[in-house]
Design a protein. Structure first.
Length: 120
């Protein structure tokens, strides 16, 4: 089944139709996903600066990057997994910046700090 790839601009939080464009139509879901990934990669590369952390790049992307999404050309049962540009961008930020994970302040890994006794 053919799929269309549309692109929203993360900078415009209202996502109006005026801020969206159709990138193209592709014969298969896999082809559409590949093109959407290329759009995210291009956006990340244009925003990446030397020394940026993974979190900084991801923040830039979610604020200003291109946000592609897929739509089947004909209505059909949704049997394909949903493509998430933001989720894909998270993994790419890790690769581009060499960071082990998004979220340096992962709350599951933070141990409580002992309270200092201020009484004397």
């Amino acid at each position: 089944m053919p799929y269309k790839v549309f692109v929203d601009d993360n900078f415009n939080s209202l996502f109006s139709a005026e801020d969206r464009y159709e990138f193209g139509e592709f014969a298969t879901y896999e082809e559409a996903v590949e093109k959407a990934k290329n759009i995210v990669d291009r956006s990340l590369r244009s925003q990446h600066k030397r020394g940026m952390t993974c979190d900084q790049l991801y923040e830039q992307y979610t604020a200003f990057g291109d946000d592609p999404w897929l739509k089947p050309v004909a209505p059909a049962p949704d049997i394909q997994p949903r493509f998430s540009a933001w989720q894909y961008a998270k993994s790419r930020c890790q690769e581009l910046c060499g960071a082990p994970a998004i979220g340096a302040l992962d709350m599951e890994r933070i141990e409580p700090q002992p309270q200092k006794d201020t009484k004397r």
